[in-house]
Design a protein around this ligand. Structure first.
Ligand SMILES: C[S@@+](CC[C@H](N)C(=O)[O-])C[C@H]1O[C@@H](n2cnc3c(N)ncnc32)[C@H](O)[C@@H]1O
Length: 274
């Protein structure tokens, strides 16, 4: 489970330090998300849980007539986003909890997010809040993971954990798989109608460069379910887990990259406020 407290602490700090590698892991998903967003009108655009800002920065460049605001609960991630954004005039960032965020001026007419909406403590309340702050009939486009069973970057690592240790990835909120089940996601999307789900498969890149295997082991030691296991397992179990992780990553190294199958939903919805 990864909730707001984790993002405010160690998880957010690690993602801020590792933004180049976390961006790489989602890179194959981003063009699909950008193509879906390009179909939507919107001049006041909010990127929810923007992290280090890759989607916000790309959208600000693609939509010079729009204003993009990236919001994130983690101050470290917003610092990372600001430091890489440069001086795009139609782009700003703010530290805010999306569940209580207030618009500075005009109401947003488009919310977007790349995997930033699955961590709310009370998802129905958070989505109802976002709808209440939106312009009439505002649109929303976001990506989120499909079930853990279709995301082998999570399940293959979970299988390396000692028996009896609860799997780090569950299909329940809050966490990466909170919206894996469309019925559950629809129940969370209070204040939104016309909800659609489109499946997208992509390669989750965990390692590349001169030594992709070492790169992937180092990445997983900092980000995701393996990082938590390495931090919390007793010495002997940790050594066995690390041996298993190395073998797993070696088995997934093809053509100079370590990749795992990953599965996402592309979700669209309309604010039910007009
Ligand atoms: C999986 S990361 C995705 C980050 C970014 N969208 C990307 O694609 O790299 C989830 C993000 O959601 C943010 N987040 C979690 N809970 C939040 C909340 N209640 N309000 C705003 N941001 C939140 C985290 O700090 C983190 O940056």
């Amino acid at each position: 489970m990864t909730g707001a407290q984790e993002w405010l602490g160690r998880v957010g700090q690690n993602w801020a330090a590792e933004w180049e590698r976390t961006d790489r892991s989602f890179a194959a998903l981003t063009p699909h998300l950008l193509a879906a967003i390009a179909l939507e009108p919107g001049r006041r655009v909010i990127d929810i849980g923007c992290g280090a800002g890759e989607l916000s920065i790309a959208l600000a460049a693609a939509r010079p007539d729009a204003h993009l605001t990236g919001i994130d609960i983690s101050a470290e991630l917003i610092d990372a986003a600001r430091s890489r954004a440069g001086d795009q005039v139609n782009l700003s960032f703010a530290v805010a909890d999306a569940a209580s965020w207030q618009a500075d001026d005009a109401a947003p007419d488009l919310y977007v997010s790349r995997h930033g909406v699955m961590f709310f403590t009370d998802p129905p309340a958070a989505f109802a809040h976002l709808a209440s702050k939106a312009a009439p009939g505002a649109r929303m486009v976001f990506s989120c993971f499909r079930p853990a069973s279709e995301n082998l970057w999570a399940t293959e690592i979970a299988r390396l954990l000692p028996p009896g240790k609860p799997a780090p990835a569950a299909d329940f909120p809050p966490g990466p798989f909170a919206f894996a089940d469309p019925d559950q996601a629809r129940r969370c999307l209070q204040g939104w109608r016309d909800v659609t789900f489109q499946p997208l498969d992509f390669a989750y890149v965990a390692g590349s460069g001169a030594n992709p295997v070492a790169d992937a082991v180092s990445f997983f030691s900092r980000i995701g379910p393996a990082a938590a296991a390495i931090r919390t397992l007793p010495d002997q179990a940790r050594a066995a887990f690390e041996r298993g992780l190395l073998e797993l990553v070696q088995s997934r190294c093809v053509g100079g990259r370590v990749c795992f199958p990953a599965a996402a939903w592309l979700v669209t919805a309309t604010a039910d406020n007009s």
